[in-house]
Write a protein that binds this ligand. Structure first.
Ligand code: DAH
Length: 442
C-alpha cells in the first residue's frame, strides 16, 4: 500500500469503510454526458467530477511562465539535464493505468469514489504522476522526469487542495555489469559533490527485513540502485533547499530517509526535510517492482523511481502561506514572480475570517464523507473558504439519528467579504446540503 506523501495516500484514510458518495445517491440528477477538455464522455454511477474540478484542467500551472510551480519544475529539470522532460500529458487516465499496472490491490482505498475523481468507471483524473510510469517506460525512455497536475478528493485547509502537482522521475539501466558500472560511476560523482556540502543525512539501510529485495533481483544490484537513488535525490534536495535555507557548517540542511511501502517499488522510502523546526515529507521513491517494468515490456533492466509533491516545496521556497494562492489570478500574486527566480512572497493584507456553522441530521442509514461535504463547499464557494472542520458529531440515544456540525471559515485571499455575501454563500451551502444529500438542517 502507498504511504502518504502530500501527494500520497493519507495514512489516516486507511481502512475507512466506504461511504455514500454524491455520485451514488443522486443518479436522477446526473447528466448523460460530461464535457472534459472539449470532449463529451458518458457518465455512469461512478461519475463524480464536479464543474469546479473540471475548470482546473486547462490551467496547467506547472507550464505557466513565471508561476512558482513552473519555475520549480524548470529548476528540477535543470538538475537532471540528461533526462527526458515531459510535462504535457492529459490528466485523463484509466483506473487500470492509475492503479492496476502499478500492482495496487483491488481493495485499495485510493480507488474509491470518495478519494478519487471519476469521469465514469473507465476513466478518471490521475491521482499521481506514477499513473504514466508504465507508458513512459514502454515508449523506451530510460531516464525521464514527468511533471503534471494530479487530482485527489480532500478536506479543505491551508495545505490541501484537490488539485496539486507532482514531478515523477525514473532511471533504469541494464541488469548486467555495464549497467552497474554506469550507476556506480554516477554515484561516485554525486558522492564527491555531496561530501563537500553542508547537508546531514539520516539514512536507513538500502535493504532490511522490513524493506526487502525483490525475488527477481540480485541484492548487490538492488543495493547499487538504492544507493544511486538516494544520492540523486539528496543532491536534488541540496540544490533546491541548500541555497535557500542558507545551509552552513553550523546550520546544515537536514534530510531524513524512512522506510516506506508502495505497491510498485521494493525497497521503498520516503524523504523528509527539516524546515522551521518540523520534519516535512516531500517525496516517495524506491526500486521499481519488476512486474511494473514487465508491464512496460522492458526486459533485463532495473532501476529507481520517485514522486515529488511540488506545492509543499514551493510553499517553503517562496514562503507562500496558503495553497489556494497558487490558483490566484490576482495581479498582486502573479506579478510578484519571474521565471527562473525564487523570491520570497510578500503577503498582501490578510482579510478577516468569518466563521459559520451548519448542523444537520443525516437521513437514516446514511453517512456523508467529509470529502463529499468539502466538494459541495468548493462547488458553491470556489476558493473563498479557507478551511472546514467537523466540530460535532453525535447519535441521538433515543432515535439513533446522527447529527453533524461543520464550521466553515469564509475568508477570501484577495478581498474583504461583505456580510451579505457570506450569508448568501452559507445559505447556498445549506440548501445544497439539503438537495444533494437529503439532510435535515437543525
Ligand atoms: N505516486 C506516489 C504518491 O503520489 C509517490 C511515489 C512513490 C512515486 C514511490 C514513485 C515511487 O515513483 O517510486 O504518493
Amino acid at each position: 500500500m502507498a504511504v502518504a506523501v502530500r501527494g500520497g495516500y493519507d495514512k489516516s484514510k486507511w481502512g475507512l469503510p466506504r461511504r455514500w458518495s454524491y455520485a451514488t445517491i443522486t443518479p436522477s440528477t446526473r447528466p448523460a454526458t460530461v464535457s472534459v477538455l472539449g470532449r463529451e464522455y458518458p457518465t455512469d454511477e461512478m461519475t463524480n467530477v464536479s464543474p469546479t474540478i473540471l475548470s482546473k484542467l486547462p490551467l496547467r500551472l506547472h507550464t505557466q511562465p513565471a508561476h512558482p510551480l513552473s519555475t520549480l519544475r524548470a529548476l528540477i529539470e535543470s538538475h537532471f539535464p540528461s533526462y527526458a522532460h515531459i510535462s504535457s500529458l492529459s490528466p485523463l487516465v484509466t483506473p487500470y493505468q492509475n492503479f492496476d499496472l502499478l500492482s495496487f490491490p483491488a481493495d485499495h482505498p485510493g480507488r474509491s469514489v470518495t478519494d478519487s475523481y471519476y469521469v465514469n468507471k473507465d476513466l478518471m483524473l490521475r491521482t499521481h504522476t506514477s499513473a504514466h510510469e508504465v507508458d513512459v517506460f514502454e515508449k523506451g525512455e530510460s531516464k525521464w522526469l514527468l511533471t503534471a497536475d494530479v487530482y485527489r478528493r480532500d478536506e479543505i485547509d491551508g495545505s490541501h487542495y484537490p488539485v496539486f502537482h507532482q514531478t515523477e522521475g525514473a532511471r533504469i539501466v541494464s541488469a548486467d555489469p555495464n549497467g552497474m558500472k554506469e550507476i556506480e560511476d554516477d554515484s561516485a560523482m554525486l558522492q564527491a559533490h555531496l561530501q563537500r556540502s553542508n547537508i546531514i543525512i539520516e539514512d536507513v539501510p538500502h535493504l532490511s527485513s522490513t524493506n526487502p529485495c525483490q525475488p527477481a533481483h540480485d541484492p548487490k544490484h538492488t543495493e547499487l540502485i538504492a544507493k544511486n537513488l538516494k544520492l540523486s535525490l539528496n543532491s536534488l534536495i541540496l540544490a533546491l533547499f541548500g541555497d535557500h535555507v542558507g545551509a552552513t557548517p553550523q546550520n546544515p540542511l537536514r534530510v531524513r530517509w524512512i522506510e516506506a511501502t508502495f505497491p510498485w517499488t521494493t525497497p521503498s522510502f520516503e524523504v523528509e526535510v527539516f524546515f522551521r523546526g518540523k520534519w516535512l515529507e516531500i517525496l516517495g521513491c524506491g526500486v521499481i517492482y519488476q512486474p511494473t517494468l514487465d508491464n512496460a515490456n522492458v526486459r533485463n533492466k532495473l532501476g529507481w523511481a520517485f514522486g515529488l509533491g511540488l506545492e509543499r516545496i514551493a510553499m517553503i521556497l517562496y514562503s507562500i502561506p496558503d495553497i489556494r494562492l497558487f490558483w490566484s489570478q490576482d495581479a498582486r500574486f502573479l506579478t510578484q514572480f519571474k521565471q527562473a527566480e525564487i523570491t520570497t512572497f510578500r503577503p498582501y493584507s490578510k482579510y478577516p475570517a468569518c466563521f459559520k456553522d451548519v448542523s444537520f441530521w443525516l437521513p437514516e442509514n446514511m453517512d456523508i464523507h467529509e470529502n463529499d461535504f468539502c466538494d459541495l463547499v468548493r462547488d458553491v464557494t470556489g476558493d473563498i473558504v479557507e478551511d472546514v472542520k467537523m466540530t460535532d458529531s453525535f447519535t441521538h440515544p433515543k432515535t439513533s439519528r446522527k447529527s453533524i456540525c461543520y464550521r466553515i471559515n469564509y475568508r477570501s485571499m484577495d478581498r474583504s467579504l461583505t456580510n451579505d455575501e457570506t450569508n448568501t454563500l452559507h445559505a447556498q451551502v445549506t440548501s445544497g446540503l439539503r438537495d444533494r444529500f437529503g439532510v435535515e438542517i437543525r
